[in-house]
Design a protein around this ligand. Sequence first.
Ligand code: CA
Length: 224
Amino acid sequence: MRILLVEDELEMAGALSAALLRHDMVVDHVTTIAHAMQAARGELHDAIVLDRHLPGGDGLTLLATWRANGLSTPVIVLSASGELDDRLSGLDGGADDYLAKPFAVEELVARLRAVLRRPAALQAEVLKVGTLHFESAHREARVGATPLDLPRRELLVLEALMRRRGRTVLRDALEEAVYGFDDAIQSNALDTHVSRLRRKLDEAGCDVEIHTIRGVGYLLRQRP
Ligand code: CA
């Protein structure tokens, strides 16, 4: 899951980013309305966390612009004040949920999971290819009944490949699924993740292979 975080308070943003990363989310953090507009343009994100009070404007005005432009990404609005009026104007203005500061970070994670679960397609999803299973709700991959011990980025690569099993997934698309805007990507990092994944799948006796399409990307499929 990739989250766009629009928050000008750096300490707050740092704490939120760290918490979301711990929950296997990729976070792109921006601090201004202009950068948020730019970042949302490609509709890369599964959800947006939008602070209401930003330098140079109100997050709700930005949200109204997004909705007028047809952006349908779920948005959770953060505000310094928790009055009922604010809450209602946030929801009327196209927010999917609303959190008043201060709040526990775990509360934001729970709300994000809730808005991301709303579309029917994302409900308690289990991806299966051969003996390989991926449970989106618990972020767990297993071969048969045996869980695979995968660090966050290997898990994200595996998820992206499983969602498009049998089809070539471009390197760019995989890097986009795994890295935030600010992450420095080493040129061979993706290949390293894939080769570790291959080794772990083989060691677990999995009947799934990750095929390299040289210079283009990767393809995951059940062994013939
Ligand atoms: Ca603020």
